[in-house]
Design a protein around this ligand. Sequence first.
Ligand code: G6P
Ligand code: MG
Length: 483
Amino acid sequence: MPLRRTKIVATLGPASSSPERIAALIDAGMNVARLNFSHGTADEHRERARLVRAVAADKGCHVALLGDLQGPKIRIARFANGKIQLEVGDHFRLSTSHPLNAGNQDVVGIDYPELVNDCRTGDELLLDDGRVVMRVNSVEADEVRCTVTVAGPLSNHKGINRRGGGLSAAALTDKDRADIVLAAELQMEYVAVSFPRDAADMDLARSLLTEAQSQAWLVAKIERAEAVADDEALDGLIRASDGVMVARGDLGVEIGDAELVAIQKHIISRARKQNKLVITATQMMESMISSPLPTRAEVSDVANAALDYTDAVMLSAESAAGQFPVEAVQAMARICLGAEKHPTSQRSGHRLYQSFERCDETIALAAMYAGNHFPGVTAIISLTDSGFTPLIMSRIRSHLPIFALSPNPQTLGRVALFRGVQAMAFNPANIPAEQLYQQAIGTLLKHGHVKPDDWVILTKGDSYNASGGTNSLKLLQVGEQLV
Ligand code: G6P
Ligand code: MG
């Protein structure tokens, strides 16, 4: 059975927090556990993080933790009776002065005073991910007056988006800042920023992480219309991040579902071109919240993201609160494996006509070119400090597994998200130079990833712990006398 290249991010929640469930999720193929800071207490996240680390260590595998910040989602306040039903043609007001817990059939409070400055007559507001839609008739000093155009129930704390984007709350709230400190405490490998507007939002998140002494890599969730308005905006966000998430829930609401598929493909390809990671998220297996099997449309959605060479596909409510979290991960794993058999998953024209900028990058890309074109090769080994060398390798389409060998636990967790990359603990520090290759290959042999006579490509630098130092590529035949 080939190793799966496309990684699986599974959100943990009430349905997936026992040690047994977490163990079953890891066995099913979870590579990254997502802790959603929009729900749950800090202690619940601490406990889940502890369990993931303990179970993964027990199994000898590497699972990354991704903390997803809640962000500045603009929400309505509460209704006196918890919920109302709106019909087409109803007049409804969103008020910045109405008491926050006393919404009724005509009006609900909102604790985002800027709403009146952000809205214009004629705007379309989407509540609860578009389940209820209203058109703005007029904007007063303390309220926005609307007419309902899509009917539905509306309950406490539902989110508000504007068609076309432009509701402009700052990206990092006080809660997000506290959660960044929590992510640092839990040594999370990844932190995702919700609703970033531009590079400055990501820069701020990065400086807060650094201040909290976190080494986490930053993921920008692409979910505002402004973020995909043009390539300059998108590239700016990608450049300021280590990876991006195609956050299809809010993005789909803001730009409309018809635009979403093309934009998803575009985001995946732009991120990869810039040597960044990309996660495809939201509703991928939605029906599996209550069904043990995905629909054919869901199968196709996951397979298409895998064919487009996303690093990872993601589960939200399916694994956090659904009835079949383990089955959902299993289904994703088998669908990805199926898609990866397709020839377009294995051939690459990446950067064929471009020059490279750095020595380590040149070695990494040369290794993939050699591996893809020399049929005896069955594995690529990259000795890595930060994960940079295997990151560059994994931007290239290939059928070959890339083994990232590192002594650094953060790096081993980090590479769990990279497409086609397998983490292996390996410390070159005390290995005599003449035994290094043999021992590195021995690690793969031990796990059955290579067999005698296979060819293996190995990259490394001259020192054993210098990030950025990769400068050599070696072709080795397994079982030879290696020196
Ligand atoms: C390890 C290897 C070095 C190599 C480095 C590359 O430390 O022992 O020989 O130069 O990784 O690290 P990077 O973070 O750039 O992938
Ligand atoms: Mg979102």
